[in-house]
Unconditional design. Structure first.
Length: 152
């Protein structure tokens, strides 16, 4: 299983690095710790409490799979700083229904983020059970493949 996760992570990094060099321009510098914490903790509080969006940011849905295939559903939302045209991070909301109803909030950082931020992402990814990790990796791979195919 460790080899599978490592291979998925390396593929993801390759795809993101490739898209950064070939397709994407004007990428924000990095995902900050504040942005990471907002997406993994603050967003849930905001939604549950009916609070306004974090000042200086906007979220845009990029993909919602609420079909509950394999007892799991996903939402992907890009976080933008108001002045930027490219996202600084992606919020991944995983609703797992397999063993217990649980919702996970993950922050997929910008490729230019620090190793500290990436390690936080990898740690949060490990909280999912192995089946959910595999399915989420599949969805991320598909989304990036589509992004590469449709990028100008």
């Amino acid at each position: 299983m460790k080899h599978l996760i490592l291979s998925i992570i390396l593929n993801l990094i390759f795809v993101v690095a490739y898209s950064q060099n070939k397709v994407v321009t004007n990428i924000p510098e990095s995902t900050t710790l504040e942005e990471f914490n907002y997406l993994t903790k603050g967003y849930k509080i905001q939604i549950e409490s009916g609070l306004d969006m974090k000042k200086g940011y906007r979220l845009e849905d990029i993909h919602v799979d609420d079909s509950i295939k394999n007892n799991i559903s996903y939402e992907f939302k890009n976080l933008y700083r108001n002045k930027d045209i490219k996202p600084c991070a992606t919020l991944i909301i995983v609703h797992s229904y397999a063993i217990k109803d649980k919702t996970y909030y993950l922050c997929l950082p910008n490729i230019r983020s620090t190793p500290e931020i990436w390690n936080k992402y990898f740690s949060s990814f490990k909280e999912l059970d192995s089946k959910d990790q595999l399915l989420l990796s599949f969805y991320i791979s598909i989304l990036y493949s589509v992004a590469l195919d449709t990028a100008k």
